[in-house]
Ligand binder design. Structure first.
Ligand code: FAD
Length: 538
């Protein structure tokens, strides 16, 4: 079901010209990898959003940077061909598509480069831009007992795909987004040059590409900072009826200066104060066996859940006394006789931190899970959604960063009124710190030091009416317009705009730099046409 195809066909002159003879171009490429032209271009015209479909002329499966460079150079010799790197196609609005262009399936390079390095006592892993984060996780933990520091919630995304945006999850308050956790990239520019870049070497390219929406180059390798991987995670959810209490506690946790003074992961979400299995109380439980008593039924239309996690190691066994104490205070599984429960000091840290929070004392759930399972937690939701047919249905998602000053008003109008019945999926809201984001990258965030990620992760039923998806898109627009009208300090995350004016507004005083970087690294605007920022020049 494609709702937006006709309306959003590109208005680019170059793209409406007769195509160059793509098969003759493909024949001259002399690639190590594979190429499929014409009808059999696989998934290249689909993405997770399920609202756009643009057929490419060919899909190419490169083996390495050389192949990518040949494709880009061939496109530059044509009058109109564009090239889109496709990671895992988890964009919402056709960003990884190339209408009548060439799509590079970067997954074909996923096994390249994988290598552990230690430089000046610091550990890194080199990974392919086409590697899935879930594979990076498994390999780093099982081969080296190490792991990257900053994640996304869902790991079926590629390294190149998230670095082109930011890559945010509950570790970002401490380590910044994934873009703050890479020190070197190998990039194929829009001129077909293969360059190594870092803070010291080709820094304009390095910072341009990070959060650069694929506009300046194709990431073929990334050097990712590692930390030692814990065995286990205590995963806790506590509930609030009042938004100001929820934000006060979340901000307290993310602003603690010392690591030991906070959790290792801090997120939050809004849910509907009802029995609705998707939007309401049942969506909060961490385990199907969890029992809970939804006490504050008289509270507002929505409630808030603060989600935190603490790392620990198996070698620290919990004493029997500690186990009994836990059973007394929790509704969760912590008291179960899992031999891998944490040591006294870990429990003390959890108790001390939770003791400083103002959540509803009767509403706390917790489980102890393996670190790898914690990071792969959304995989289970994916399997469930696939079984229900809602993974393949359209996903009109809206992601934004909203400043601390405006988040209370946002809650009052957007969560409590516009979205009071839920969205058929999670509504995330949690604070981030601007000082952890490098302002030399291409990412745009609000000006204030504390800002909130707001993610409206909408799911629709299998085969929904076109009009129902359009209505959800309209509701997203209503929220954006409301924020604009109120003069909120906010930015779209994973932005999607239809006009140059809107892109200029998005980048604000960074627009000139963005345009200069484009002129320098992709002067013919060959790369990532699905973002619809620049038009291909002949
Ligand atoms: P694609 O959708 O394939 O590509 C995205 C853009 O990047 C395109 O413009 C493409 O051309 C470009 N690109 C892809 N690969 C490269 C490369 N190697 N070099 C240069 N450009 C490239 N984001 C978060 O920050 N945190 C989350 O927790 C999170 N969870 C998500 C959960 C789900 C279920 C989904 C669908 C998305 C989620 N996202 C999250 C958003 C996600 O980070 C972005 O959509 C990301 O772009 C997806 O990666 P991908 O590999 O599928 O990229």
């Amino acid at each position: 079901m494609i709702v937006c195809l006709e309306r959003f066909m590109p208005e680019n002159d170059a793209e409406s010209r007769p195509d160059d003879d793509v098969s003759s171009i493909c024949n001259t490429l002399d690639l190590q990898g594979g190429i499929e032209c014409g009808g059999s271009t696989g998934l290249a015209d689909k993405d997770f959003g399920g609202m756009y479909s643009f057929k490419p002329l060919a899909i190419i499966r490169p083996t390495a940077a050389d192949d990518v460079a040949r494709v880009v150079k061939a496109a530059s010799r044509s009058s109109n061909l564009t090239v889109a790197a496709r990671g895992n196609g988890h964009s919402i609005n056709g960003q990884a598509m190339a209408p009548r262009g060439l799509v590079l399936d970067m997954r074909s390079t996923e096994d390249n480069h994988f290598k552990l390095l230690t430089i000046d006592g610091v550990s890194y892993v080199d990974v392919s831009g086409g590697a899935l984060w879930e594979d990076v996780l498994r390999r780093c933990v099982f081969e080296f007992r190490m792991a990257p520091r900053s994640w996304t919630d869902y790991l079926g995304l590629t390294v190149g795909g998230t670095l082109s945006n930011a890559g945010v999850s509950g570790q970002a308050f401490r380590y910044g987004p994934q873009t703050s956790n890479v020190t070197e990239l190998e990039v194929v520019t829009g001129k077909g040059d293969v360059l190594i870049c870092s803070e010291c070497e080709n820094p304009e390219l390095f910072f341009g590409v990070l959060g650069g929406l694929g506009q300046f180059g194709v990431i073929t390798r990334a050097r990712v900072l590692l930390q030692s991987a814990p065995d286990m995670v205590r995963w806790i959810r506590v509930m609030y009826t009042e938004f100001d209490e929820f934000t006060r506690d979340a901000e307290f946790l993310v602003t603690q200066p010392e690591e030991g003074e906070s959790f290792d992961y801090v997120e939050g979400f809004v849910f509907v104060n009802s029995d609705d299995p998707v939007n309401g109380w049942p969506s909060v439980s961490l385990d199907p066996d969890h029992w809970f008593e939804p006490e504050p039924r008289t509270a507002g239309s929505v409630l808030y859940c603060l989600e935190v996690a603490l790392h620990y190691n198996k070698s620290d066994n919990l004493s029997a006394v500690d186990t009994v104490l836990l059973e007394d205070v929790d509704h969760g599984l912590a008291g179960r006789s899992d031999p891998k429960l944490p040591a006294g000091p870990v429990i003390e840290v959890v108790s001390r931190l939770l003791g400083r929070l103002g959540f509803n004392r009767n509403l706390k759930y917790q489980v102890d899970v393996r670190y790898v399972d914690f990071l792969l937690r959304v995989k289970r939701a994916e399997e469930h959604a696939k079984a229900n047919g809602i993974w393949e249905a359209p996903h009109p998602w809206l992601n934004m960063f909203v400043s601390k000053s405006d988040i209370a008003e946002f809650d009052r109008v957007v969560f409590k009124k516009i979205l009071k019945d839920g969205i058929g999926g999670p509504m995330l809201v949690y604070p981030l710190l601007r000082c952890k984001w490098d302002n030399r990258t291409s990412i745009m965030v609000p000006d204030e030091e504390i800002f909130y990620l707001v993610a409206l992760l909408r799911f629709t039923p299998p085969d929904p009416e076109d009009s129902s998806v359009e209505n959800l898109v309209l509701q997203n627009n209503e929220i954006i317009q409301y924020c604009n009208r109120k003069g909120f300090d906010f930015k779209l995350y994973l932005p999607h705009y239809k006009s140059r004016e809107e892109w200029k507004h998005h980048f604000g005083n960074q627009w000139t730099k963005f345009v200069e970087r484009k002129a320098c690294f992709d002067p013919m605007a060959i790369l990532a046409p699905g973002q619809k920022i620049f038009s291909r020049t002949p």
